[in-house]
Design a protein. Sequence first.
Lengths: 459, 459
Amino acid sequence: MVNTAAQNIPAGRVLIDPESLERYRHDEAEWAPHGMPLAVVRPKDTAEVRDVVRHCISHGVPLVARGAGTGLSGGANAVDGAIMVSFEDMDQIIRIDPDERLAVVRPGVVNDDLRAACARVGMWYPPDPASSPWSTIGGNVATNAGGMCCVKYGVTRDYVLGLEIVDGRGEIVRLGRQTAKGVAGYDLCGLMVGSEGTLGVITEITVRLRPARPVERTIAGYFDSVVAAGEAVSAITAAGVIPSALELVDRHCLAAVDAWRNMGLSADADVVLLGRVDTPGAEGDAEAALIRDCFERAGATWAAQSTDQQEADALFDARRLAYPALERLGPVLTEDVCVPRAAVPEMLARIEKSAARHDVLIANIAHAGDGNLHPLIITQPGDDAARARAQLAFDDILDDAIALGGTVTGEHGVGLLKMRGMDKEMGPAALSMQRAVKAALDPHGILNPGKVVARADAG
Amino acid sequence: MVNTAAQNIPAGRVLIDPESLERYRHDEAEWAPHGMPLAVVRPKDTAEVRDVVRHCISHGVPLVARGAGTGLSGGANAVDGAIMVSFEDMDQIIRIDPDERLAVVRPGVVNDDLRAACARVGMWYPPDPASSPWSTIGGNVATNAGGMCCVKYGVTRDYVLGLEIVDGRGEIVRLGRQTAKGVAGYDLCGLMVGSEGTLGVITEITVRLRPARPVERTIAGYFDSVVAAGEAVSAITAAGVIPSALELVDRHCLAAVDAWRNMGLSADADVVLLGRVDTPGAEGDAEAALIRDCFERAGATWAAQSTDQQEADALFDARRLAYPALERLGPVLTEDVCVPRAAVPEMLARIEKSAARHDVLIANIAHAGDGNLHPLIITQPGDDAARARAQLAFDDILDDAIALGGTVTGEHGVGLLKMRGMDKEMGPAALSMQRAVKAALDPHGILNPGKVVARADAG
């Protein structure tokens, strides 16, 4: 069966050895189940992807597309007997066009590599998930990845103009456009973004770019409680300022980063807020002063605008490294709820209560300015009782987010971990529409089956 | 049959008199065909909309949802025997929440009314189609309306966070979210935006708001040719400035506005470019100066930053009134192509050639900064030969836009007028996906049938 799939693909790019299968069979969501794939294929172009999709249709084999495997919901985890399609050999930046403010790339391009290439011609690709040194644009599009700057600049979907995909019938299809605007037909390009490989396999991506922006100012504030920090966030929103980043990192995270990288960041504070402003000139100075003022009025024990770019970058690097640093300490169950901004203090308080109720350690990082919180439930390796308690805390947090008018996933995607939560959030009528779309665009049921939504006929 | 539909709806809100049927049977696309509706229903709430949808499902009656009827592609035109659902009695602004930066409205709210209500609490709803004094948010969402500020601030889809709809099965469904971010399931909220009532009937809309912005600076430039003006537009993009508006108006449009409103605007120029900048402070001054400089270097015969806000507003009012002013002079066949920014001069040159080739008058207004052009083909009332020539010019312009890498509709929608053009633009594989989605979400085929895409089973 593998030989048929690979009839046009050289042996070196079809992997069936146990080590390779093991390496590609799951993403970073270690709590999500994963099966054993049949093979890993590393196509070099769209025609090869189409060949694999057609093979899967003919033989009823599941196909799981995969970027760098940095996903946090299990969306790229193997289904038993699946062919994993991995895009490391389709990592070309095809074109960067400053005049049209767009870039055309293959899915395997690493996020930071695209950003660096854009910077060399005076342009900027904004979406910046914490995984940006490793994660790929294809994976970012498949999960509609967010990041730190989306509080001001939006998420991946806001930057995807056009896609080439192989659809569920094995056809190569172009969706979207290469122009600034366009409303020809249904927005199937936007529909593909965030569909986690369940509606089509992405083979080329056209992203919108922005002109390079001025250097950011960084404002840091230390707080004695997550609730006080949450109030500072609400005050900033109420003041009408949109920062270019507004991140929350608690001392568990800073300590874990210090333990790993010895950056000397462990703060004399329970919670650190990191604000950034990229508005130029006097207006930017005023925004930075206002953010500092909001920190202080919400009870910050210390607040200042950084005068040292290296120090400011170190703070944001710590934020970016928090997740891998915590992972070193034991299995991490990652949350990704998003609540209305005004509900951030209440949601943070409820997370603290869940931690106490279930006797688990919960570290917090958050895109606080978006109300997108990442409570990280940490357990000791091998402690099954702790894992069970962590699962209870996880479920409580999802229920609390829904109760506060929020969503179970702000940016990580549904994958496997959030399927039950999504069912609760949506209700039967919306789920039925989701399933109808899945059945319409994946008529053979081969595209990453069992993720995001169950099929209509399985419904 | 009408009585069944209306069993719970008071007689005053079910219209079957010939005058009413005539009044509601078409939008502003006078070249598009329209049938004779069975009745017009003006529901007062979502439950009544659901009743009408269920009636239409039971009896196989087409349902056409309609806003203010300012559409330009025939999307809201009656299908023979249809029930027209008109939203003038569902025009409530339910909530404006400055802290969450969102508003919740019923579909019948007029665009300018929402903008004014937001301004009263220091907020701003950006999407500003030229029809904003009349068109409704429901219609704007159904067509994914653009406008003047979208060169910097995006189109309607970028502002729709959540929807309540009645779906093709007659169920009330909530799509999207009320939080800043969210990736739970497929983006069916985004899919509804721009689907022109063919996938569901919108009954409530949650839109994203921005903080109120500073007063804009206006820069005007006169040019001897559309091509020179197009080169000024390309130069602005290449300079890395994103204006808050960049509009092109030709002398046919200015003359028509003067003839109607006596505004004294007719310029000693073939083409006027109107730029706006809303960046505050010295940075904004620099941007305004740079735009003027781009105008001059592209060969403007006159260019200046307006020092008189009234004069600046009059120029933009003229742009906004161009379409109705031209309509007074005879039937207008409205184009809406969007091309890559660098192709604007070439596209404008081709439009001039089409006008000459087919011996028709073509006036031009354009969201030039987006490459979104509105050539307006004008004929004399009753001149059937001219109408036939206009249709040929229309088809040529669509072909030229596609050849230059553009789209047949930048913001007006497909409706009826652009169905053939969309077929050409997309090709069979993408069309097949469009039809599969239509069949999945409108299983009874009652939602604005025959618009945007034909149903899958109609091939």
